[in-house]
Design a protein around this ligand. Structure first.
Ligand SMILES: Cc1cc2nc3c(=O)[nH]c(=O)nc-3n(C[C@H](O)[C@H](O)[C@H](O)COP(=O)(O)OP(=O)(O)OC[C@H]3O[C@@H](n4cnc5c(N)ncnc54)[C@H](O)[C@@H]3O)c2cc1C
Ligand code: SF4
Length: 429
């Protein structure tokens, strides 16, 4: 059987490994370690917060190594997962089909989404655990014809305890994450190597021979007949760059900004995040307790259980890049105008809840949906392969998305990764 290397075990990598194993002998190379949720009690961290112990978001990685935090010079904070399951282990479980842009360029993912609907259960059973404030906000939004929709979540949400710790990893494995696909691939014979960072793809005479990796303290070469890169929107472009292939400066990140207010005893920190979504032109809004702002933004001075916060997730312009380890990303004027409009909208919602405008405060801009640096176009719609790459080197993660979704991308990335895998099987197997 031919050998395939899949780089990364997040949404795109896990879906690809799950599809390819059997047709290929798959090895999954994952830079992070085996994922463990953050299980410590947060109350003691809150005490440290009071004494000003937390001053830089990057400190999170020391406490919770599976969460990687980076910052740009202009203080935009980026979050991604580094461990088995990639960023899916930190997700809030939202499962939405968002393939409009792919459809427009001729990529039909109906079959793949249909398959995913059998493999990944979607549920709105979390509704029974919504807090009083969330129910009230949902009702107000419905009355205002804002069409709030309970968010479909991936997993067995009838077992959800509503602990609110989704972004720290779900201890009870209620929330689906891509480790399920990895486990299934391993059951079928795939090998998973953790702590193994792919540095570059080795290419000879226009053919990928394998990858160069750093594993422990040493470097080595692993050969393969097929290489599939799914190291995420920041790392896949870097690996390609190191291998001599330059991506486009079209990085999007889906920036998040939260508008919050003191609401005594609302306990949003102890309910499922993003329980419902309202779609607006260019952004979505959803209730979300923002741990990053809570610990690191001085304006968030109230106790966790007294803060209610509404997230704005923006579909940003494709104008950023990854250069070496540095991420360059700035919001454009157009992004800022949209963000201001969204802040105004959320402030209005708080007013409907009886909160005075001057009592609202905003959080820190952060982002966790990087992608777009090697976008698919009509030209690649059939092959899902960029002609600048060797025939046996594919990409299967958010790097391929034509533009920001401004929405949860996991299901769409996985559907795309399935289709990419089929293309690999057809061409290489
Ligand atoms: C807090 C948070 C909540 C989110 N919630 C949701 C949600 O509810 N629903 C949703 O749809 N999306 C959500 N997202 C976004 C979603 O998780 C990501 O967009 C998605 O997982 C990206 O998939 P990917 O395959 O491109 O990359 P990832 O899932 O990030 O996987 C990349 C993997 O590659 C590994 N890797 C990186 N570099 C290397 C290397 N050099 N060698 C080997 N391995 C490497 C990484 O460690 C990682 O495991 C959330 C994101 C964040 C930060
Ligand atoms: S709220 Fe808690 S139990 Fe429910 S999915 Fe999130 S982490 Fe798991």
């Amino acid at each position: 059987m031919k050998k395939a290397i899949v780089v990364g075990s997040g949404a795109g990598g896990a879906a690809a490994a799950h599809e390819l194993q059997g047709t290929f002998d798959v090895t999954i190379l994952e830079a992070g370690k085996e994922f463990s949720p953050f299980t410590r009690n947060i109350t003691w961290l809150e005490k440290l917060r009071k004494y000003g112990f937390f001053f830089d978001e990057r400190m999170i990685t020391l406490l919770f190594p599976a969460m990687r935090i980076r910052k740009t010079r202009n203080q935009m904070v980026f979050v991604n997962g580094a461990g088995t399951g990639g960023t899916t282990t930190l997700c809030t479980g939202n499962g939405l089909r968002m393939d409009g842009d792919l459809k427009k360029i001729g990529i039909d993912l109906d079959g793949e989404f249909e398959e995913l609907s059998r493999e990944v259960a979607l549920s709105t059973a979390h509704q029974i655990r919504w807090s009083y404030t969330t129910r009230k906000l949902f009702k107000r939004c419905s009355e205002l014809d804002l069409y709030p929709v309970p968010t479909p979540k991936m997993g067995a949400y009838e077992r959800c305890t509503g602990c609110g710790r989704c972004i720290l990893g779900c201890e009870n494995r209620v929330k689906w994450d891509s480790r399920r696909f990895i486990e299934s691939a391993v059951e079928k014979g795939a090998r998973l190597t953790t702590g193994c960072t792919v540095m570059k793809v080795a290419v000879t005479d226009g053919r990928a021979e394998g990858v160069l990796v750093r594993h422990g303290t040493g470097h080595r070469f692993i050969s393969a007949d097929l290489v599939v890169l799914a190291a995420g929107g920041f790392s896949t472009p870097l690996i390609l760059h190191n291998s001599g292939y330059h991506c486009q400066d079209r990085l999007f990140v889906d920036p998040v900004l939260c508008v919050a207010a003191e609401m005594r005893g609302c306990a949003q920190n102890r309910e499922v995040p993003m329980p419902f979504v309202i779609k607006k032109e260019g952004y979505i809004i959803s209730p979300y307790f923002d741990y990053l702002s809570f610990f690191f933004n001085k304006k968030w001075r109230y106790p966790a259980e007294d803060i209610y916060s509404i997230m704005i997730k923006l579909g940003d312009s494709n104008t950023g890049s990854v250069q070496g380890k540095r991420i360059r990303k700035e919001l454009t004027d157009q992004d800022r105008v949209k963000l201001d409009e969204a802040v105004e909208f959320c402030t209005g919602l708080f007013e409907y809840l009886g909160v005075r405008r001057r009592d609202t405060f905003i959080g820190t801009i952060n982002a966790g949906h990087p992608g777009g640096m090697l976008p698919l176009t009509e030209k690649e719609a059939g092959s899902l392969h960029h002609s600048m790459l060797p025939d046996n080197l594919y990409v299967s993660d958010a790097t391929l998305l034509p533009r920001s979704l401004g929405n949860p991308p996991i299901l769409t990335i996985m559907a795309l990764a399935k289709k990419v895998s089929r293309s690999c099987m057809h061409k290489i197997a």
